[in-house]
Design a protein around this ligand. Structure first.
Ligand code: GAF
Length: 397
């Protein structure tokens, strides 16, 4: 949910700042390895993951890197090159939800708590992090931090955690230890994505398919536009949307909104009195349908035709789910006027990033138009980069 402090934008080597985290005098630190886990963008399927629905994220080349070693004294020592203030030491036996110091260390500490609570024999560790995943940008810096921690501990303690199980434990850390009521998309994307593919995930049974997504070969490009509006108040608003969806499912007598078929949407809406709940239900049901349409188009090699579906998704998030903001709307409107094939906000909303599907030949015009529209509106300059579907979490050395 982008709660970690902002990481620098430019990639840096994992070891570049290792020396800053010098062991105390006389202390022996054996580095046992280096692991990396990526952030993600979501192509389509927004806020569907806590409604048992469908999502289609892919991993970014931006990663959080952990250099880690085991400790046999039950101490968890956490340090980030990106956060001032030095290392934080916690005892693994003392970890408990709502008892953490708050801030970024709750994410890795929550993962240790979650692993142990699930019965995995994890003890102390030294973990040093640095990240190129932009934070507060809706690109899953928190999930990258959780997943890299779980993977490092799985290897260090020879747990052999299966990736989907790892994602579930990381989600539990975020939901219960950190207290953010998210779905499972971000952790699964960071743990399970593969290079050159978008991940189709059914969040009910966690079945997955890797769908080839090679835009460059088609002369296309997917731009990520970080508006640099950090998701202010997103946690409370996210929880409200989730509660509204659950109220809708209860009123319709289904376990989750995933169970409302698209063909039955009109009839379902006519049974709901609350206009706000009606709008939330409409977004979730149409969004699941949009995911299915995008899958069908990708499978039919009609990649350009997904553009309008992405744009429809944005309208639904803006008007029905009400989680967009003027900056995100400006990206979408400007990109479309400049000739992009489609555009939408991505991630939790209330700020963060948008994605823009465009012909490569149109990228310079689209980019220039977005930058100048932001300048004219008096917004901060957005950060724009081309998103290449990349590897999920892995051991680096
Ligand atoms: C955030 C959450 F963490 C995800 O689980 C998902 O709900 C997303 O918002 C919206 O699709 O990233």
């Amino acid at each position: 949910m982008g709660l970690c402090p902002r990481a620098p934008w430019a990639p840096r080597a994992a070891w570049a700042r290792w020396a800053r985290w010098a062991p105390r005098e006389g202390e022996r630190v054996v580095s046992e390895g280096v692991w990396a886990a990526p952030g993600r963008v979501n192509l389509i399927g927004e806020h569907t993951d806590y409604n048992d629905g469908f999502v289609m994220p892919f991993a970014l080349p931006h990663t959080t890197v952990a250099t880690a070693s085991r400790r046999d004294d039950g101490v968890l020592r956490l340090h980030s090159a990106d956060v001032p203030g030095g290392a934080v030491e916690l005892r693994v036996d003392d970890l408990a939800p709502a008892r953490g110091p708050g801030g970024w260390t709750d994410y890795p500490a929550g993962v240790v708590w979650s692993l142990r609570e699930a019965g995995h024999a994890v003890g102390g560790a030294d973990l040093h992090y640095e990240s190129t995943v932009p934070t507060g940008a809706g690109l899953s810096s928190s999930a990258a931090l959780e997943v890299v921690t779980a993977l490092a501990l799985s290897d260090l303690y020879e747990l052999g955690l299966e990736r989907r199980w790892m994602a579930r434990l990381c989600r539990r850390a975020e939901n219960v230890y950190v207290g953010a009521p998210t779905g499972i998309m971000d952790q699964t994307a960071s743990a399970c994505c593969t290079a050159g593919h978008v991940l189709y995930l059914d969040t009910r049974d966690l079945s997955q398919r890797q769908i080839p997504f090679d835009l460059a070969a088609l002369g296309l490009e997917l731009l990520v536009v970080d508006t640099r509006v950090e998701h202010a108040h997103s946690e409370g608003e996210y929880g409200k949307r989730r509660a509204g969806c659950e109220a809708g499912a209860a009123a319709l007598g289904v376990p989750a909104l995933r169970d409302v078929p698209y063909a039955a949407l009109g009839e379902a809406l006519s049974r709901l009195d609350d206009p706000e709940v009606r709008a939330l239900v409409r977004h979730i049901v149409t969004e699941n349908h949009r995911v299915e349409r995008v899958i069908a188009l990708l499978e039919a090699a009609e990649v350009r035709a997904i553009g309008p579906v992405l744009t429809e998704g944005h309208a639904s998030l803006r008007d029905d789910f009400r989680i967009s903001c003027p900056e995100l709307d400006l990206v979408v409107d400007t990109a479309l006027s400049a000739g992009a094939l489609g555009a939408r906000m991505t991630g939790g909303g209330f700020g963060g990033s948008a994605i823009v599907l465009t012909e490569r030949s149109t990228t310079p015009t689209v980019t220039k138009s977005i930058v100048s529209s932001f300048a004219s509106a008096g917004h901060k300059e957005p950060r724009i980069f081309s998103a290449i579907p990349s590897e999920g979490a892995s051991r680096v050395s």
